[in-house]
Write a protein that binds this ligand. Structure first.
Ligand SMILES: Nc1ncnc2c1ncn2[C@@H]1O[C@H](COP(=O)(O)OP(=O)(O)OP(=O)(O)O)[C@@H](O)[C@H]1O
Ligand SMILES: [Mg+2]
Length: 352
């Protein structure tokens, strides 16, 4: 083992600190050094791709990708390099498969047979599926539609049918009015359902396009609860309370939600539920190692016996940070060393 780790970043973007890196990257480098390992940060560019690939293969045991895919010139080419690195025996944190498995919005559909996601949660990859199922669900109650590619609430819509007396000749509801609130800023717009469905085509077309359709959970007004995980360990909890107001439902920062930082000990029921479900989640999502740094967001619901029930709203693992809790860098470094050692040993056993 080389005991060396490469952090991949890109230059620029609003996620960087004064030193040009993500604010939580150098703390991880220093923690690794304290533990007898070495680490460096490489700024990825398409032009330098081949050189970077060679450097990592020659010098490192593992890469840690800290790039928001939205900041890349060519996402496909970057992911192809990461896959090649895995083929060369480099431990990937995370591998593209894991980013997609945990981070894509349709993770909710994969988890729908667990008690963590409502069974009437769907993913649409074609307009015809969307048109065939979404109106039917909407008649039963308010829905939330989520595009896959956005962040901070862009393309996340709360949709409520406000008038379904006008049914068109096919018996569909396309001329009925819907009230739509976008999580980006809780702005409310009214459309005819047919118009809104056409507007949503942008989310379905193109690479990784999809729309996830799940029931609207009214207890979002009590807050969304984010668990920050370092591999298999819950390390902190953020309680995000949406802004007050009629239709406001967004827990994203720029929509005016209020954030409170708690500890896992403040949320014993949720934490023990999540820990209990983790092995099942790992299995359903493809039996990969849990990501190095990742988050799971929960919203409260009420079960048929009137008891609290936690529902997963989304998970993230592509470039989750811990800037608000830099003291976690030692825990992260320990997890890196543990994961690299475990996987390198597995590789050695395979070669014997
Ligand atoms: N089923 C739901 N019921 C009620 N509110 C919801 C539901 N799903 C999402 N929301 C609200 O919409 C917000 C945005 O949704 P979500 O977190 O899935 O999207 P995002 O754009 O990826 O956000 P992020 O920037 O956190 O990754 C959530 O923070 C939550 O407040
Ligand atoms: Mg979110």
């Amino acid at each position: 083992m080389k005991r060396h780790v490469v952090f991949l970043e890109v230059k620029g973007g609003n996620d960087k600190g004064a030193d040009g890196f993500r604010p939580d990257t150098m703390p991880m480098v220093k923690s690794l050094e304290k533990m007898g390992w070495t680490a460096e940060v490489i700024f990825y560019t398409e032009a330098k791709k081949e050189e970077i690939f060679q450097t990592i293969v020659k010098t490192a045991d593992a890469y840690i990708s800290r790039i928001n895919p939205g900041n890349l010139e060519d996402e496909t080419s970057y992911f192809a390099m990461l896959r090649q690195l895995t083929k060369q025996g480099i431990i990937g944190m995370e591998r593209p498969e894991v980013m997609m498995s945990y981070g894509a919005k349709d993770v909710l559909v994969k988890l729908r047979d667990t008690s963590l996601v409502p069974t009437d949660t769907f993913a649409y990859y074609t307009m015809s599926d969307f048109i065939a199922n979404f109106p039917k669900q909407l008649v039963k109650g308010e829905r939330v539609l989520k595009q896959n590619r956005g962040s901070t609430g862009e393309g996340i819509w709360r949709v409520e049918l406000i008038d379904y007396r006008e049914v068109d000749e096919n018996g569909a509801l396309f001329s009925a009015y819907v009230r739509c609130t976008e999580a980006k800023d809780n702005k409310v717009l009214e459309f005819r359902l047919g118009e809104f469905i056409n507007f949503c085509e942008q989310y379905i077309e193109g690479e990784n396009g999809m729309l996830v359709d799940m029931p609207f959970l009214p207890r979002i007004v009590e807050g969304e609860i984010r668990i920050l995980m370092i591999n298999d360990k819950p390390v902190n909890v953020v309680h995000k309370k949406p802004a007050e107001g009629d239709n406001a439902f967004s827990a994203t920062l720029f929509s005016g939600a209020k954030y409170r930082y708690d500890t896992p000990e403040d949320w014993p029921v949720l934490i023990s539920l999540f820990k209990e479900k983790l092995p099942m989640i790992v299995e359903i999502l493809g039996n990969y190692d849990l990501p190095l740094i990742w988050t799971a967001d929960f919203i409260l619901d009420t079960d048929e016996n009137g008891r609290d029930k936690y529902i997963i709203g989304e998970m993230n693992c592509s470039c989750v940070g811990f800037t608000s809790h830099l003291e976690l860098s030692d825990d992260v470094a320990e997890a890196i060393i543990k994961l690299v050692t475990k996987n390198k040993n597995k590789e050695l056993e395979g070669q014997l």
